[in-house]
Design a protein around this ligand. Structure first.
Ligand SMILES: [Ca+2]
Ligand SMILES: [Ca+2]
Ligand SMILES: [Ca+2]
Length: 205
């Protein structure tokens, strides 16, 4: 007598999407087996690019999951790559294939990687002292963090106790950091007048 059965092992990712930060390091994925559990089954997995790129955004990963008889869950990991580049949110997929003695129900898992990198800009110093005989004062702005984007920011002088026109030349403009640039500077003219004055201040913002 021959006994036939329609029962089979059914393999599914535990979730269909993962939202991660590139700083997470490692992502653990789970494949569950339902249906028949009394036989050994295998299934292959591999990563595939969507907008994220293997090698720069995550580590390409592939292998075979082997469920022993009675096993209902297997996990594997794939690594995320944390860089200093400011990027859009990107995705890749992990796909199950080649089931042996099993069928695949949910065989695609989409991983969405969010970016953590920003440009930070600021003056190198909060205050600058200069003598009026110097003629000019140069203020430097630097950017740190992500440097792969173009960043612009406006600046203008405002009076504190020094007066534009008589003590310094009112100055405004825009700093532009091109990709890769980390330093900008502006030079402001200081008036050397004949009047005796207390020390005076102006601000650049
Ligand atoms: Ca990335
Ligand atoms: Ca980063
Ligand atoms: Ca990044």
């Amino acid at each position: 007598m021959t006994i036939t059965t329609n029962d089979s092992a059914i393999l599914s990712f535990s979730v269909t999407t993962n939202l991660v930060s590139e700083t997470n390091g490692t992502l653990t994925l789970t494949v569950n087996r339902t249906g028949t559990t009394n036989n050994a089954v295998t299934v292959d997995f591999t990563t595939t690019n969507v907008t994220a790129s293997a090698g720069s955004d995550y580590t390409a990963t592939n292998g075979t999951l082997s469920f022993a008889a009675g096993e209902t869950s297997k996990t594997f990991t794939t690594d995320l790559i944390d860089d200093d580049t400011q990027e859009n949110t990107e995705t890749f997929r992990i796909v199950l294939s080649n089931p042996v003695d099993a069928t695949i129900a949910i065989g695609t898992n989409t991983v969405t990687i969010s970016d953590d990198d920003v440009s930070t800009v600021g003056f190198t110093a909060g205050t600058t002292a200069t003598a009026e005989t110097n003629g000019t004062v140069t203020l430097t702005v630097v950017r740190s963090g992500a440097t792969n984007t173009t960043v612009t920011l406006d600046f203008t002088t405002t009076n504190a106790t020094a007066l534009a026109g008589s003590d310094y030349t009112a100055t405004n403009g825009t700093f532009t950091f091109n990709p890769g640039e980390t330093t900008n500077a502006v030079t402001i003219e200081i008036a050397d007048n004949a009047t005796q004055e207390a020390s005076e201040t102006s601000r650049s913002v």
